[in-house]
Design a binder for this molecule. Structure first.
Ligand SMILES: Cc1cc2nc3c(=O)[nH]c(=O)nc-3n(C[C@H](O)[C@H](O)[C@H](O)COP(=O)(O)OP(=O)(O)OC[C@H]3O[C@@H](n4cnc5c(N)ncnc54)[C@H](O)[C@@H]3O)c2cc1C
Length: 365
């Protein structure tokens, strides 16, 4: 979110500084792990679809500027029981927004994409524009383009605190202090440390991802395997074809329900983490359940309603917040960067972001 915001601010001709406490690319936050799903048939809420259309445009534009492929189209599958949140939500978004889609049962999905072995009664919505992004490359591309436009970036420089007064903002870091007209805070799991008003509204949660070697690698290549969101009796899961490393990648939403502090979270995947994931693959993707290639811990930052926070600070109009994307925000980084830049430069977003306002949490603020 920060690198995209940096790029869009630089593009508007503003003098802009990006501060990062770790390295330009690192594994302590929420954006590492080689791939992130992007999908249009948004089961979480149809409101996201307008933002997604713009996000796709901006990712394509960034690819052009960077001269590399960042977005891979595989199609997406949103599947579960007929009355479940994922299938019904994806269907609603597709119908409301006139998205191309097909509905099929688990048997038909297996005929088309043999890596999938879902029970026949599972309802599957296939949407051809789904796919995945390469997050580390996308972050670097945003930063590279921002630098070319004159932005400054300083890594290994931690923001310690900030204050806003009379239309100016002062930021104190581990290396110095800065003054600016506006501050955009995109601190991922650290959001509530920099914005105490978000305590209880932006809650970090530990996640673990697995990459297992398929016994039939041909069935897990991008051309043969759409990305998925799947609701089964074990919970909600998401997964990807193999890319960059030869492993079927997947994870469970809200893995083991562990609320954590990002400064002390256990980043070491444990045997229980692996077994939970492996049991899922054994049942629904048996040819994807070969030896382990990689396990990674990562952090979600959840709001109570699992929707994002894109807004001004409740007490300081000079401070803007992009936070708590609740485990589904990466695909939106490109458009969130544009939204934040419009809020800074023009005072308002051209896209409707009313759904993401902090005021929805009422007196919890
Ligand atoms: C396992 C996993 C799988 C996911 N899968 C998907 C998916 O398939 N599709 C999807 O769309 N989304 C997915 N998400 C969600 C998505 O990745 C996140 O919503 C998104 O990456 C959040 O980006 P961010 O910029 O808010 O946070 P981050 O990427 O964590 O960035 C915040 C940055 O702020 C820096 N920072 C924090 N505090 C300070 C400070 N005091 N001073 C200086 N710098 C600071 C951090 O070091 C960090 O680099 C997934 C998340 C996880 C964890």
């Amino acid at each position: 979110m920060g690198s995209a915001t940096l790029f869009h601010l630089a593009r508007r001709g503003l003098r802009v500084l990006g501060l990062e406490r770790f390295d330009l690319v690192h594994e302590y936050g929420s954006s590492h792990g080689l791939t992130r799903i992007i999908r249009l048939a948004y089961w979480e809420h149809p409101t996201y679809v307008a933002l997604l259309r713009r996000a796709y445009e901006l990712w394509r534009e960034l690819e052009g500027l960077a001269g590399e492929q960042l977005l891979h189209i595989t199609g997406s599958v949103d599947a579960g029981p007929e009355g479940g949140a994922i299938f019904q939500g994806a269907l609603k978004s597709s119908e409301l927004h006139g998205l191309a889609h097909e509905v099929m049962d688990g048997d038909e999905l297996h005929r088309r994409y043999p890596g999938y072995r879902l029970p026949k009664q599972i309802q599957c919505l296939y949407q051809p524009e789904g796919g995945f992004l390469l997050p580390e490359r996308c972050d670097v591309a945003h930063v590279e383009q921002a630098l070319a436009l004159g932005a400054e970036v300083r890594c290994r420089e931690e923001v310690l605190d900030w204050e806003a007064n009379g239309g100016r903002v002062r930021v104190r870091t581990s290396r110095g202090s800065y003054e600016a007209g506006r501050l955009v805070i995109c601190a991922g799991p650290w959001a509530s440390k920099l914005i105490p008003a978000l305590a209880g509204l932006a809650v970090p949660e530990r996640q673990v991802l697995a990459w297992l070697q398929p016994t039939r690698p041909d069935r897990f290549r991008p051309a043969a395997f759409p990305v998925f969101n799947l609701e089964v009796e074990e919970g909600r899961f998401y997964g990807f074809p193999s890319c960059l490393i030869p492993g079927f990648k997947f994870g469970k939403y809200h893995h083991r329900g562990e609320r954590v502090d990002p400064d002390t979270v256990n980043r070491n995947p444990e045997p229980e983490d692996e077994e939970l994931l492996r049991a899922f693959a054994r049942r629904y993707f048996p040819e994807g359940e070969g030896p382990t290639l990689m396990l990674k811990a990562c952090i979600f930052t959840n709001t109570p309603d699992r929707h994002f926070i894109l807004d001004r600070h409740p007490d300081h109009a000079e401070v803007l917040i992009a936070a708590a994307c609740s485990g589904h925000g990466y695909k939106f980084c490109s458009v969130v960067g544009e939204v934040m830049a419009n809020l800074v430069k023009e005072g308002r977003s051209r896209l409707d972001i009313g759904f993401f306002r902090l005021a929805r949490f009422g007196e919890r603020l």
